[in-house]
Design a binder for this molecule. Structure first.
Ligand code: ADP
Length: 765
């Protein structure tokens, strides 16, 4: 059924298709029609029955009336005939009322109509009756007509009177008097007889009615049966259409039937769906169809032309059509030529699939394949993939190069045996794990080619039964491996050497430890010696100063001749020399004591606010006489300098030492300048002389204890060589520094930089 119906559904002429498509509307109309026709038929039958009944009733009444009238006429005629017979001239006396009289008086055809004529005498006895077979003669009228007769009998009435006969039958009766004659004439007709003719009419009419009714019922039944079938067919078609539309929609395909001679293309609902169009009916104009075609797919025309010319038998084409949203969707149409139903026009009948997703998928697949190929091509390994039947699926250039394969051997589908035969045989073939792993089918091997290159090949079964092989160039690794082996050997040698070195180092460190021990003990001994030296110097200085003070004191007393004249000028001279030498010795001893104290770290500074001006004045008071003695000019350049914290006695000693040197090493007429400046953090004291200066190579050592520059001054002026060393140490104890700059023959500048330690107490005060 399905094929035929589907064909019918889609390929019948438009005039027939329209009601099918509008199936729902049809159902409503048909149902109404069916109800209407049923109602109308019922109405018609009811009206016909009512008309028939009324007609029958009317005809019954008419029949009764007609018969009654005719019976009355016949009764009247019979009575008239009897009375005429009595009036005839040959009748003398009373006419006898008998059968003969009645027979000749009753009209000939009256009895034929089942009418009874009864002649009664004056006593009410029936004397004659027609027809004869009634056999009522001699009977009382009451025994025939029943008791109602008396009450119903109306003589000469204008109508027949109804009554019930003694036999129980319904009847009508008319009574006529006979003028002068003693008796009366009764005309009687049984109701059944009256109605018998009517009944035969009724039977005919009823028969006609029944036949009509049956015909009507048959027609209505036929209509209903036909309509039911049509409805069922419509339902089936509607379902089939729905199912087909659903199937087409679900399958993302549509149907079309293109009359190639016309401009119309039958277009299934799903086609509209696919193109996102609003359904416009079953047909689409060719111009709209071609308007939606992608301009690159216009060759569709040529294909159709070929079909029409018989150059091709079917049509299977992919093309693009514009979706309602403007995008193009890919369709695949498969169609065949067929003849139209109504005309013989060629139709292109077929199915259209929406293959946009498939196209997208194809594009994605192609891209993925391209990417895969690209990736495989660009990996640093040689790659090859074989299918289940050991045919080549994919390999990269590196694989070709490694095996020196020609391009035609590397085409997909080439059997493994062909590729293997064409491949260059490796020189060494070493299997790292030669046995295939039974579960994964994996195998690994290392091969070397004639040109020295090494390749590690890893083979593995793929899920579909083929296998994949990846070859890694391990030449560098192999070289590295060889190099590493060589290195390892070297390393072993080195390790041995190192072990020896280590042993040697251990021995050395042992001796070093011993040396360190020795050094520590030597150091301890030296420190002890230094300590004892310092203690010795301190003690010795102390021990020397007491007798020296006595020598100096006594020599002064002697030179001043306090206890009387010495007697000789030579004694005076010697006494002076003793005093001077004693004083010098005392100075040297004091210097040695100070130096040893500093070295022993026993010098503690007593910091107190110092006013530079006062300090310098004190120094100059001491140095002034010596300068004057040597005819040396002293200049001072003092800026306003803030108070600062220092050990005044130590600072004074520093300045005296430096000033004394400047005066000592400056020839007569020279100048010694004392300049004091400061900035935020430093007070700078500079003693600049125009003396003999210090040779450059001696500047380095000046300031170290007991260092002196060998010259006539040092020879003549003496000195311990400790003054600058003490000064440097004292300045360093203050956190400052002492710098000596000198040019031989030009003069010397000694700079003392002292940090300004704020006198918080005095400033606060
Ligand atoms: P001394 O007591 O011998 O002067 P110093 O330590 O004070 O010891 O000086 C060491 C040496 O530095 C001096 O002997 C001298 O040769 C040299 N010297 C020091 N000051 C000056 C100076 N202003 N001009 C030249 N030479 C100097």
């Amino acid at each position: 059924m399905a094929k035929a119906q589907l064909k019918e559904l889609f390929f019948r002429d438009s005039s027939l298709r329209l009601p099918l498509v509008a199936g729902h509307g049809l159902k409503v109309t048909e149902r109404t029609m069916r109800i209407l026709i049923t109602v109308l038929t019922g109405l018609f039958v009811a009206m016909l029955a009512a008309a028939l009944l009324s007609q029958l009733w009317a005809s019954r009444n008419q029949s009764l009336a007609d018969e009654s009238r005719l019976t009355l006429v016949d009764a009247e005629r019979a009575a008239q005939n009897i009375m005429l017979a009595a009036a005839e001239p040959n009748v003398t006396g009373h006419l006898s009322l008998d059968q003969a009289l009645l027979d000749k008086s009753v009209p000939i055809d009256a009895a034929a109509h089942d009418r009874f004529f009864i002649l009664l005498d004056a006593t009410g006895t029936i004397v004659a009756a027609v027809p004869h077979h009634a056999n009522w003669n001699g009977k009382s009228v009451a025994t025939v007509l029943g008791n109602d007769f008396v009450t119903h009998a109306m003589v000469n009435g204008s109508e027949m009177a109804p009554l019930v006969l003694a036999s129980g039958e319904d009847a009508f009766m008319a009574s006529r008097d006979l003028g002068k004659l003693p008796g009366s004439l009764l005309a009687l007709q049984k109701k059944d007889d009256v109605l018998s003719i009517w009944r035969s009419g009724v039977a005919k009419l009823t028969g006609l009615f029944v036949v009509t009714l049956m015909v009507l019922l048959l027609l209505a039944g036929a209509f209903h049966w036909q309509a039911g079938k049509a409805f069922d067919a419509d339902e089936m078609l509607s379902h089939a259409t729905g199912r087909l539309d659903k199937a087409l929609e679900g399958g993302e395909c549509g149907m079309w039937d293109w009359n190639l001679m016309g401009d119309k293309i039958f277009w299934s609902m799903s086609m509209y769906e696919i193109l996102g169009m609003k359904p416009k009916g079953d047909y689409l104009s060719f111009s709209e169809f071609s308007h939606r075609l992608h301009h690159d797919d216009a060759r569709l025309d040529y294909l159709i032309d070929d079909l029409l010319r018989g150059k091709r038998k079917d049509f299977d084409q992919e093309f693009r059509m514009r979706h309602e949203n403007g995008s193009f969707i890919w369709l695949r149409a498969r169609a065949a030529l067929a003849k139209g139903r109504a005309s013989n026009d060629p139709h292109l009948v077929g199915i259209v699939f929406d293959i946009s997703k498939q196209k997208q998928l194809d594009t994605l697949n192609q891209e993925a394949e391209m990417r895969l190929k690209d990736a495989v091509e660009n990996i640093s390994e040689a790659f090859v993939l074989w299918d289940t039947e050991s045919r080549l699926v994919l390999c990269n250039t590196k694989y070709q190069q490694f095996h020196s394969l020609a391009q035609d051997v590397c085409e997909p589908g080439t059997p493994y045996s062909v590729v293997a035969a064409a491949a260059k045989e490796p020189v060494v073939q070493q299997f790292v794990s030669a046995e295939r792993d039974s579960s994964s089918g994996a195998r690994s091997m290392e091969v070397q080619f004639a040109d020295g290159r090494w390749l590690q090949i890893n083979e593995r079964r793929t899920k579909d039964g083929g296998f994949v092989s990846v070859g890694t160039d391990i030449t560098a690794l192999k070289t590295q491996e060889t190099y590493l082996l060589e290195s390892e050997r070297n390393l072993m040698v080195t390790v041995k050497d190192l072990q020896k070195e280590r042993q040697f180092a251990e021995e050395q460190s042992q001796s070093l430890a011993e040396l360190a021990d020795k050094y520590a003990s030597e150091k301890a001994r030296a420190e002890a010696a230094n300590r004892s030296k310092s203690e010795f110097l301190a003690n010795m200085s102390h021990e020397l100063r007491t007798p020296l003070n006595a020598i100096i004191g006594f020599s002064e007393i002697m030179s001043q001749q306090i206890f009387g004249p010495l007697g000789s000028s030579k004694y005076d001279e010697y006494a002076n020399d003793i005093r001077k030498s004693g004083q010098f010795l005392l100075d040297v001893i004091n210097d040695i004591l100070d130096m040893s104290k500093i070295e022993a770290g026993k010098t503690d500074l007593e910091l107190a606010p110092v006013q530079v001006g006062e300090l310098i004045d004190e120094v100059l008071r001491l140095i002034g006489p010596r300068a004057a003695e040597g005819k040396i000019i002293i200049e001072k350049d003092l800026r306003k300098v803030p108070h600062f914290m220092a050990d005044k006695r130590a600072l004074k000693q520093v300045l005296i030492n430096i000033m004394a040197n400047a005066v000592k090493f400056t020839p007569e007429g020279g100048v010694v300048r004392l300049v004091v400046t400061h900035d935020k953090s430093i007070i700078r004291l500079q003693i600049i002389d125009t003396g003999i200066g210090i040779p450059p190579h001696d500047i380095e050592k000046i300031g170290r204890p007991f260092e002196q520059v060998e010259n006539q001054f040092t020879k003549s002026k003496g000195g311990s060589g400790l003054g600058l060393a003490i000064s440097k140490s004292l300045v360093a104890l203050h956190g400052g520094k002492l710098i000596i700059a000198s040019r031989q023959g030009k003069g010397t500048t000694v700079t003392v930089d002292l940090p300004i330690v704020a006198d918080t107490a005095s400033q606060a005060a």
